[in-house]
Ligand binder design. Structure first.
Ligand SMILES: [Zn+2]
Length: 163
């Protein structure tokens, strides 16, 4: 088994949709970024790539590449799943902490867990998402953006069961 950590932060930007773990928060200010700026999914991607020793999100999905402009980050996550599977790895579980003064995430946490789980082909029970605030301290506390930390555990895939 191998473990990896990921971190990401994006600032709020007017005129953008807010997408977190593949879930759209309608009516909320979105985040600035080359892709859909899904900060939660980006942290998870970095944790998975880190666990596998396969570099980071910037190497796999460079900002300079027009292919990833406004790209869906959960589709990028599905691509990371395929990269891991090619190395014979599967995701065991994820644990994510999101720091955001707004919006309130709690009502959507189960949908966010399902968003990540379906991209990875694992059960939502294997995906934990915890929401907290920065207690009004610093840039995150002034609601200038959203940050996310993720830890991922991966394991070698079991060989198919013989009949
Ligand atoms: Zn990002």
């Amino acid at each position: 088994m191998r473990v990896g950590i990921g971190f990401d932060v994006h600032r709020f930007a007017e005129g953008r949709r807010l997408i977190l773990a593949g879930v759209e928060f309608e009516g909320e200010t979105g985040l600035q970024g080359h892709s859909d700026a899904d900060v939660v999914t980006h942290a998870v991607i970095d944790a998975l790539l880190g666990a596998a020793g396969l570099g980071d999100i910037g190497q796999h999905f460079p900002d300079s590449d027009e292919r990833w402009r406004d790209a869906s980050s959960v589709e990028m996550l599905a691509a990371v799943r395929r990269t891991l599977e090619a190395e014979n790895y599967q995701t065991v579980n994820l644990d994510v902490s999101v720091v955001a003064e707004r919006p309130r995430l709690a009502p959507r946490v189960d949908a966010m867990r399902e968003g990540l789980a379906s991209a990875l082909g694992i059960a939502p029970a294997c995906v934990s998402i915890k929401a907290s605030t920065a207690e009004r301290l610093g840039a995150l506390g002034r609601a200038e953006g959203v940050a996310a930390w993720a830890v991922a555990l991966i394991d070698r895939m079991r060989s198919p069961e013989l009949p």
